[in-house]
Design a protein around this ligand. Structure first.
Ligand code: IMP
Ligand code: MG
Length: 181
């Protein structure tokens, strides 16, 4: 699997140190108020698990399953909600967690959905934010790292369902992407 990686963009140790800071800031943001964490699956799974283990407070975890990439390296522009039932967030404060902010459509669509379900406050946190113009007007309240406009994998992020279990964030060799076409 590591042979498919062209370069490591952010290594494990750097991610770990950043999570220490991020978790502190999020706790400050909610300043003692209870909140529910809504994880956008599957990409935010690894990141959220590590982030929440740094938060020694009573909190609940809910998951929401959406898809927008459909096995390519470009967003399809459409956000599909894959769950029959959405988390119950009425009157609650929510921390919405995603792996990466790209076109912005996912975070915008999920945020809107949760507000529509009656969430009182929706704050967001992403591991990565791509430096590009967004299709949806949205920015995250908390960002792990800002990166260039390139396709990355690892630490939860996939290409065609693979590479989520890489412990770092990296860029795939061009050949790997082309071979799978
Ligand atoms: P957005 O809706 O375009 O902001 O895209 C968000 C979703 O697209 C993320 O939750 C990821 O699942 C996926 N995505 C965007 N960029 C990348 C990438 O570079 N690698 C892997 N998945 C990505
Ligand atoms: Mg995703």
């Amino acid at each position: 699997m590591h042979d498919d990686v062209e370069k490591v963009l952010i290594d494990e140790e750097v991610i770990e140190r950043r999570l220490d800071v991020l978790s502190e800031r999020i706790l400050e943001e909610f300043s003692g108020r209870k909140f529910v964490v809504v994880v956008i699956l599957k990409g935010a799974l690894v990141f959220t698990a590590d982030l929440l283990r740094r938060m020694p407070i009573p909190l609940e975890i809910e998951c929401i399953n959406v898809a927008s990439y459909h096995g390519t390296t470009e967003s399809s522009g459409q956000v599909d909600f894959l769950d029959a039932k959405l988390p119950a967030v009425e009157g609650r404060s929510v921390l919405l967690v995603d792996d990466i902010l790209d076109t912005g459509r996912t975070l915008a669509a999920v945020g809107e959905k949760l507000r529509g379900q009656g969430a009182e406050v929706v704050k967001s946190c992403v591991l990565l934010s791509k430096d590009k113009e967004r299709d949806a007007e949205v920015e995250a309240d908390h960002v792990g790292f800002y990166i260039g406009d390139e396709f990355v994998v690892g630490y939860g992020l996939d290409f065609r369902g693979l590479y989520r279990n890489l412990p770092f964030i990296g860029v795939l060799k061009q050949g790997v992407i082309e071979d799978s076409r």
